[in-house]
Ligand binder design. Structure first.
Ligand SMILES: Cc1cc2nc3c(=O)[nH]c(=O)nc-3n(C[C@H](O)[C@H](O)[C@H](O)COP(=O)(O)OP(=O)(O)OC[C@H]3O[C@@H](n4cnc5c(N)ncnc54)[C@H](O)[C@@H]3O)c2cc1C
Length: 326
């Protein structure tokens, strides 16, 4: 980790009060791996967030937003720049519609970026608001889900998004309608913005029926995923016409280990991090999987997880998709 400048946040005691240095990121990710962030901030409000982003731009410091770290691998040396967590109450607020209304009515829910996706989903089900049940079993924040267009075979979050409120790097805010947000399979095209809030269009339905649907989705996840172990969900995107997990399985890679990193037996597209694992172990294993799947089937697997501060995955032939400081 290289340090680029002394302290771009000096001179503002309120800002300094929400900052920490050399914050270990392993504790903030589902993999439980990775080194520290040079700076971490937990802003109290939108104005502080805007000031942080403006100062980063002025100082040429990279700024990343961390949700719950459910889709991230952080390199062992950590990351330079500022990592922002939106975990104060103002960034977790959810606005619900009036409780009563006719079945089938479309209603609006506003969920701030730091809100927990699992809680939002369960509460929507409890209130008889349909559209999010397909997100059962997907960990993370609303911001992370919007950025990744989280979902699966039962649906994806963009199906119910009406618009996204964002902050640009100069602190200005804007609203991006769904049609302009560039949603596609496990990605959004929102660009270099901070997601502040999603406006969702849900539909009134019978809570019991919704609960059944939620349970059915959750049951599939429980049966097929290694939910008790540290992972970041599916490591690779499904290539067109293929299942990444099936290709990895057919290549005989289930159970393959590098150090403490292991291809899960329950689901070949999951890598689990066991005792003693490092981010470098996971990267090496990713490289081996990409190379062997490419050799066997001529398919290049693209990463679904994001890499922070990782310089190489060791997958020399397939390429890494890794960036230095994205
Ligand atoms: C056990 C398990 C099961 C999973 N199953 C699924 C699944 O079925 N389907 C699926 O799609 N995913 C799945 N995932 C992956 C993960 O849950 C999703 O990608 C989730 O949306 C990540 O949210 P997060 O808040 O943890 O984001 P993070 O992992 O913290 O961040 C992911 C990306 O989003 C960006 N980001 C986060 N918040 C903001 C914001 N406010 N503004 C701008 N950018 C932001 C980050 O900078 C980063 O680039 C699974 C993960 C685990 C561990």
């Amino acid at each position: 980790m290289t340090e680029r400048c002394d302290n771009p946040f000096a001179g503002d005691p309120a800002l300094e009060a929400v900052l920490s240095q050399h914050e270990p990121l392993a504790a903030h990710t589902w993999f439980g791996l990775g080194g520290p962030a040079r700076w971490m901030a937990r802003p109290q409000d939108i104005e502080q967030l805007a000031e942080l982003t403006r100062r980063c731009v002025r100082a040429g410091l990279p700024l990343r937003v961390l949700g719950q770290g459910a889709n991230l691998l952080v390199g062992d040396d950590g990351v330079d720049g500022l990592v922002v967590r939106l975990d104060r109450p103002v960034f977790k607020r959810i606005e619900w519609p009036a409780p009563e209304g006719p079945q089938g009515e479309e209603v609006t829910v506003r969920a701030a970026a730091g809100a927990d996706l699992g809680r939002l989903t369960l509460e929507a089900v409890r209130r008889g608001l349909a559209g999010l049940e397909c997100m059962a079993g997907i960990p993370g924040t609303v911001g992370g889900a919007v950025r990744m267009n989280a979902g699966g075979r039962f649906g994806q979050i963009s199906d119910v998004i009406r618009s996204v409120r964002v902050m640009h790097r100069d602190g200005r805010q804007g609203v991006v309608p769904r049609e302009e947000a560039g949603f596609a399979y496990r990605r959004s095209g929102l660009g270099d913005v901070l997601i502040l809030e999603a406006e969702l269009a849900l539909r009134r339905d019978d809570p019991r029926r919704l609960h059944e649907r939620y349970r059915a989705v959750w049951e599939v996840k429980r049966r097929t995923q290694p939910l008790r172990e540290n992972s970041a969900g599916c490591v690779f995107k499904n290539p067109p016409g293929h299942s990444a997990g099936a290709l990895i399985d057919r290549a005989g890679l289930k159970g393959r280990k590098v150090g403490g990193a292991c291809v899960a037996r329950e689901h070949a597209n999951f890598i689990v991090a066991r005792e003693g694992a490092t981010a470098s172990d996971v990267l090496e294993l990713i490289g081996q999987i990409r190379d062997e799947v490419s050799d066997r089937f001529g398919v290049d697997l693209e990463l679904e997880i994001e890499l922070w501060g990782c310089r190489s995955s060791g997958g020399a032939r397939a390429g890494t998709g890794a960036v230095g400081t994205a």
